[in-house]
Design a protein around this ligand. Structure first.
Ligand SMILES: Nc1ncnc2c1ncn2[C@@H]1O[C@H](COP(=O)(O)OP(=O)(O)O)[C@@H](O)[C@H]1O
Ligand SMILES: [Mg+2]
Length: 304
């Protein structure tokens, strides 16, 4: 269900913003009123696949949350839950990608406006390696800029800057094709290709799920560094408690399907390297607390 290389990423990352003028006007109105609309808000959102068919399946229900627009700082929000609980469904509803979008019930708002489809304000990174096989690293990284009509010189210069920023080597890597890269390197390309477009909201669907533990920690550290720079709000989906506790400012704990938010937790920000932080006893304690909490919440829910 994650990205087909030919469409959704281009859609979520590179397409011109839909209704962006309207969004700007709306933003201005609410600024006059003093408050900025939340970056993302879900109001009693449910998604049923195959409505009206015998195999109709409700993946998420009654999902409600608000992520405020903090001036000069985007939050890092982790969505944590077991496989199949609806994490990707939530993320793709924010992205405006079918068939998750539109929701069956409730409202999905981005910057105060109902999501009507993909837009340049939201960029997505998938778990699967979704680079274009027939494009080089540089041409993958600059794909979105090309779609926006930026000339080759400018986009290549910016592309090389981003290749460096994600820790790849311009000289040896820019002309490689995806099949010549390791999994970690491919995800660096995917991150560069998304962040180069400066989305206000970055949606990441288990992007490090297929990486070995060592590479995964390096990628977590890289992501934190980049996130601080770009000041975007990140929604990061994972089923790893450790990953959520390390990366998140805030963690939404989801139940088994149909997924709903069982608990919202604030955790320590990732202000030290992943390897170091994950060794600390305080970190381990938070992980155990969440593990116990999940078991407890699940038991209560079953008993209902
Ligand atoms: N397009 C679809 N049609 C039918 N069922 C789907 C579709 N997409 C997801 N589902 C089902 O909805 C549930 C939640 O899926 P998903 O959001 O992908 O979960 P997660 O990302 O947490 O693993 C799963 O049981 C999955 O099989
Ligand atoms: Mg998923």
């Amino acid at each position: 269900m994650s990205g087909h290389p030919e469409s959704p990423e281009g859609g979520a990352g590179a397409a011109p913003a839909e209704g962006s003028a309207g969004a700007a006007a709306d933003g201005a109105r609410s600024l006059e009123g003093g408050a900025r609309p939340p970056v993302v808000a879900f109001r009693k959102v449910a998604k049923t696949y195959g409505v009206g068919r015998p195999n109709a399946f409700t993946a998420i229900k009654d999902v409600t949350f608000v992520v405020e627009d903090l001036p000069g700082k985007g939050e890092f929000v982790c969505i944590l839950g077991p496989s199949g609980c609806g994490k990707s469904t939530i993320l793709r509803l924010i992205a405006g990608l079918a068939p998750q979008h539109p929701a069956t019930e409730g409202e999905v708002l981005v910057q105060g406006r109902p999501v009507s489809g993909p837009g340049a304000d939201r960029g997505m990174v998938f778990q699967d390696y979704t680079s274009f096989d027939h494009r080089t690293v540089l041409d993958n990284v600059t794909f979105g800029l090309e779609c926006l009509g930026m000339g080759r010189r400018d986009r290549d210069a910016l592309g090389r800057e981003w290749i460096r920023r994600v820790g790849l080597d311009v000289g040896s890597d820019q002309d490689k094709y995806p099949h010549e890269l390791s999994g970690g390197m491919r995800q660096r390309v995917a991150i560069a290709r998304t962040l180069i477009l400066r989305p206000k909201i970055i949606l990441m669907d288990e992007p490090f799920g297929a990486l070995d533990p060592h590479t995964r920690m390096n990628m977590q550290d890289l992501l934190v560094t980049l996130w601080r720079d770009v000041e975007a709000t990140v929604f990061f989906v994972t089923h790893s408690i450790e990953e959520a506790v390390f990366l998140g400012d805030r963690v939404y704990v989801l139940s088994n399907s149909p997924g709903t938010i069982l608990r919202e937790l604030e955790v320590e920000p990732p202000d030290r390297p992943s390897k170091q932080m994950q060794r600390e006893s305080r970190f381990q304690e938070t992980v155990y607390t969440i593990r116990d909490l999940i078991s407890e919440l699940e038991e209560n829910r079953r008993a209902e």
